[in-house]
Unconditional design. Structure first.
Length: 208
């Protein structure tokens, strides 16, 4: 079982290597247009959907953190517990599984208004740094510099302020080639967890 899990994480590591290399290239091209730096936490406020692959990676990351720093891991777990106390009641999904009800009528409107002031529980409020940075979700890895995916070109509103559109396009990188691999690994993660569909960081970590 351990060897199988190592193989699973190896496949995820390959995906992350592709994604991280692409975003590093975008950051290098962006130069001073890029506002992202340690301590900038605007994108850590407000809940966002993560895949079951992201959830699995986060759990693995928290387990690994607990092996080397029980105090920090305990602080993450406590922040997760407090976060769930605040967001569970109005959660637009199944509270038992933590899966968002994306297919429900009116879901997009409900989710757009849901927990927008909630700080990510893996963010250390004292340092302004992510305690599970190595295991962070895909959204966290790609948000900031201009990245093009199947959903189009996205860039953080704090970056490229006043820049012409052609400058943004010049610095952009494409991650469309990684999409199929991520989808495959996500389906495999859903099969292992018996949870199909996106969740939130706090729900992903509540039993870790």
């Amino acid at each position: 079982m351990r060897n199988r899990y190592a193989a699973v994480m190896g496949s995820d590591a390959e995906l992350l290597q592709i994604v991280d290399a692409a975003t590093a290239e975008a950051a290098q091209k962006s130069g001073d247009w890029l506002a992202c730096r340690p301590g900038c936490t605007q994108c850590c406020v407000g809940v966002f959907a993560i895949s079951q692959l992201d959830a699995e990676r986060l759990r693995h990351g928290l387990t690994a953190l607990a092996e080397v720093d029980t105090e920090r891991a305990g602080a993450v777990r406590e922040r997760v517990r407090r976060s769930l106390e605040r967001i569970a009641e109005d959660f637009p999904g199944d509270v038992e599984t933590g899966v968002l009800a994306e297919e429900d009528e009116g879901f997009e409107e409900r989710f757009a208004e849901y927990a927008n002031d909630e700080v990510c529980p893996v963010l250390d409020p004292e340092t302004g740094l992510c305690d599970l940075y190595v295991a962070r979700p895909m959204t966290c890895r790609t948000f900031g510099p201009p990245v093009e995916s199947a959903d189009g070109l996205a860039v953080c509103e704090l970056c490229f302020v006043g820049a012409p559109e052609d400058e943004v396009a010049r610095c952009a990188v494409s991650l469309e080639h990684a999409g199929a691999m991520e989808e495959t690994l996500t389906r495999e993660a859903e099969s292992r967890s018996h949870q199909a569909g996106p969740t939130l960081v706090a729900f992903a970590l509540r039993k870790t």
